[in-house]
Design a protein around this ligand. Structure first.
Ligand SMILES: C[S@@+](CC[C@H](N)C(=O)[O-])C[C@H]1O[C@@H](n2cnc3c(N)ncnc32)[C@H](O)[C@@H]1O
Length: 307
């Protein structure tokens, strides 16, 4: 099926609650989405030094995987997304919170938000799914909506990392096998080098404060109109807290194995053996339920799950 717009593609992905969960972290399980959501929310909260006064935006909120965890820790949380169906699922999942609101976006614009209405904003696993012109337009819009003194956290695929490159090669292989006349998927994965991603952030008006590049993702924390003293303080804070914000080498290895399982290069048993060898590391409770659920849901592919 060919999709003509981001909205059409993501509404299709979010057609059912289960398919929407699958589209945000690949797991099709509420329990797993809560586990991965807590992990990512912790990274974002530290990157942004989130506090109770913050008016926070998530660009591309999906089902509220991260927002559900962060809403209790800020004054107000806004979720925006191109897909109205994603927003329906997010409303359902964030129902108990009174300090949240949602907006459906039209392409690459945050015109639903007033200038300077936010203190902080973040976007995870979203900017990698659009044309780079749209990525840059959104960064410009974030600069308009976040007030001076504010912070953003954004990430995309890291083409310069060996596992990021490998992920890109899977993309190339898929494309190579497709019909020559077929349009490229409108929401396909797009990759940046760290320099390129930082350049977009800088040209949108932000000052990059930290750029973590040691994983398949480029993660940038940037500030809006900070003075030199504040920039220096943020540099220091973000370098001291790097281990809590940046994806670890073990996270990268587990991600690589997960992708290898999905693309049929290895059996999930190999990942489970690897998880057993690293029991006790903080990444294990994120990947174990993910891999086990994936295996259990596809016995026709990998045989019955042994547990
Ligand atoms: C992989 S999901 C990630 C969701 C969420 N950020 C998370 O990490 O759980 C990507 C989300 O970005 C949204 N999205 C994709 N393209 C978009 C665009 N051009 N504008 C706004 N949202 C978009 C999708 O609808 C989807 O909800």
């Amino acid at each position: 099926m060919e999709f003509e717009s981001y909205k059409q593609f993501w509404d299709h992905q979010a057609a059912t609650p289960e398919s929407a969960l699958a589209a945000v972290d690949g797991s099709t399980s509420e329990q797993v989405v809560q586990i991965t959501g807590q992990f990512t929310a912790q990274q974002v909260a530290i990157a942004l030094a989130l506090n109770k006064e913050d008016r926070l935006l998530e660009l591309g909120c999906g089902v509220g995987r991260i927002g559900r965890e962060l809403a209790p820790h800020c004054q107000h949380w806004t979720g925006v997304d191109i897909s109205e169906k994603m927003i329906l699922h997010a409303r359902e999942r964030l129902g108990p919170f009174e300090n949240v609101d949602f907006h459906q976006l039209s392409r690459s614009s945050l015109d639903v938000l007033e200038d300077n209405c936010l203190t902080k904003a973040y976007s995870v696993a979203v900017l990698c799914h659009m044309d780079k012109e749209d990525l840059y337009l959104y960064l410009q819009e974030l600069h308009r909506a976040v007030r001076p003194g504010g912070l953003i956290y954004v990430e995309t695929w890291n083409l310069a990392h060996p596992i990021g490159w490998k992920r890109w090669e899977y993309e190339v292989k898929n494309w190579h096998g497709s019909e020559q006349k077929q349009r490229k998927d409108v929401a396909r994965n797009q990759f940046c080098t760290p320099d390129e991603f930082e350049l977009y952030v800088r040209h949108a008006g932000f000052t990059p404060l930290a750029c973590y590049t040691g994983s398949p993702w480029v993660q940038v924390v940037a500030g809006h109109t900070l003075d030199d003293t504040e920039v220096a303080l943020q540099h220091q804070r973000l370098s001291e807290q790097a281990a809590e914000i940046a994806y670890s080498p073990l996270f990268g290895q587990l991600f690589e194995q997960t992708v290898d399982v999905i693309y049929g290069a290895i059996h999930p048993r190999e990942v489970i053996d690897f998880l057993d060898q690293h029991a006790g590391e903080k990444e294990i409770p994120v990947f174990r339920p993910f891999i086990e659920t994936m295996w259990k849901k596809q016995p026709e592919r990998w045989g019955e799950f042994p547990g």
